[in-house]
Design a protein around this ligand. Structure first.
Ligand SMILES: N[C@@H](CCC(=O)N[C@@H](CS)C(=O)NCC(=O)O)C(=O)O
Length: 215
């Protein structure tokens, strides 16, 4: 099994976090030929990263699908609760983070490359505020995102919040995350988990190397 991944991608970070947390020794490689290459597009139907090459040679795209697959395929160190309600809560945090934080952050990255204007900045700030407000309402007051156990919700939420912290000054709103008390309290607890600490280190290094000026 091979995970095609890049350290700058907020969609790849959750999958690597889950691999580290579960202690899976999977190969992690850059997409063959590069992300926009014909070689990679021929390999993965969406052409996006992350994608997981399975042992039968087929390639599974979509981070949420890969996360669910890995947790089922390797049941040791489960990253989802056993009960239906707990699993639904984890899925909700995953979905809200994708829609409300990762979507706006990736858009921001594209807008930044095109020269970030005031309108794009305002739009990103508004979208992130809506997303963070929804997450603030569902994240647990103590422990990890969905309670005492580390789950897939943490694998996606913690790197996403790292992205918000990194981009907030560039958006002219350094307090963007700080206004969400549960989330700002949650972040250092999640960041102390070894799998999250490793992924945040990778993101930090990759962002510094990419030359993106976030201040
Ligand atoms: N819904 C996808 C989104 C993945 C995604 O958009 N990845 C970006 C990198 S952050 C990508 O591959 N972009 C290249 C492209 O869209 O061609 C997932 O969750 O895996």
């Amino acid at each position: 099994m091979i995970l095609y991944s890049d350290d700058t991608s907020p969609y790849c970070a959750p999958v690597r976090a889950a691999i580290y947390a579960k202690g899976l020794g999977l190969a992690i490689e850059p997409p063959p030929g590069g992300i926009k290459s014909a070689e990679y597009k021929a390999l993965s139907i969406t052409g996006t990263i992350p994608a997981l090459k399975l042992d039968d040679g087929s390639v599974l795209p979509e981070s949420a699908v890969i996360l669910g697959y890995l947790d089922e395929k390797f049941p040791e160190n489960p990253l989802r609760p056993a009960d239906a309600e707990g699993r639904a809560r984890v899925a909700l945090v995953q979905r809200l983070t994708e829609q409300g934080v990762l979507g706006p952050l990736v858009q921001l990255f594209h807008d930044f490359s095109a020269g970030l204007g005031d309108a794009a900045r305002d739009k990103a700030r508004e979208a992130l505020t809506v997303g963070l407000t929804r997450l603030e309402a569902v994240v647990a007051a103590e422990g990890y995102a969905c309670g005492p156990d580390f789950t897939l919700a943490d694998c996606i939420l913690a790197p996403a919040l790292f992205g918000v912290i990194a981009w907030a000054p560039g958006l002219g709103d350094p307090e963007l995350l700080t206004r969400h008390h549960r989330l700002i309290g949650y972040f250092p607890r999640a960041a102390a988990h070894p799998a999250i600490a490793k992924v945040l280190g990778e993101l930090q290094t990759a962002l510094a190397a990419s030359g993106v000026s976030l201040g």
